[in-house]
Design a protein around this ligand. Sequence first.
Ligand SMILES: Cc1ncc(COP(=O)(O)O)c(C=O)c1O
Length: 301
Amino acid sequence: MQKVWLDGELIDAEKAKVGILTHSLQYGSGIFEGIRSYSIKKNSRTAIFRLDDHIKRFFRSAKIYSMDLNYNETQIADAIIALLKANKLSSSYIRPFSFYNDQNIGLSVANKKISVFIAAVDFGNYFINKENGIKCKISSWRRFNSSIVPIQAKASGNYINSILCSIEAKHAGYDEAIILSNNGYVAEGPGENIFIVKDNELITPDNSSDILLGITRDSVIKIAKSNGLTVTERKIHREELYTSDEAFFTGTAAEITPIVNIDGINISKGIAGEITKSISRRFYDIVSGKDEDFKDWLTIV
Ligand SMILES: Cc1ncc(COP(=O)(O)O)c(C=O)c1O
């Protein structure tokens, strides 16, 4: 029986229930994280990737929305480790989620009960075409920005914009969307950051491009620099995507996913580029414990 962690206890997943009027179900008022764990072949252990950074972001998201979680960072980290052990999970996706567990109509969150659950599931590739690279469409929907909702908070309501963009891309026969910021610069994917390669330089939208500052993005910047590459964070024009030598998405779910076509235009001749492949190899060596250069990113379970 699969276990989930709910408000301090590991319980059977099928006993973890909420009512249909739950505030966060009606209004998208939950905050969450997405974390991966990987199998470490050499000692048959499991490693959680950048657990502390994900937990910090979880608590920052909560703080932005004035949500008091009733647990501290260590308690959530311990709960995640206990959950993976209880479910005997190795390569998994872990979803901590905090929400207003209340049964009333009405937007107010005053005095509403706040619950936290953590679920974890076996997880492989997020994109079916990941190995060969994916085809993306620039969305006709624009990304929201911090004058509308705080974009550094992973709030469930934020993802309705992402979902619209993905629906449009998939209806048009593409694998995923690329979203522009309201001023027309490249922002990110629905749940991914984006990088391009131009003349051996790695370029990614900067902090003012209306992006979530992803933890995988940060990891890739550090890996690329340690591989001797120049990395530049700056605004990217839409047409720079079409003329890039390589492009790829990063994200906890997407990991490193090559982008081989944008709006029908082939990137790197329609196959994953060499720099993308070399960063990707190093990333997987790090998360699977083969490359120990960034071993402090792994929490061994
Ligand atoms: C909108 C958005 N951008 C980027 C990312 C990538 O962030 P991370 O690498 O921390 O998973 C995510 C995933 O969390 C996301 O939801």
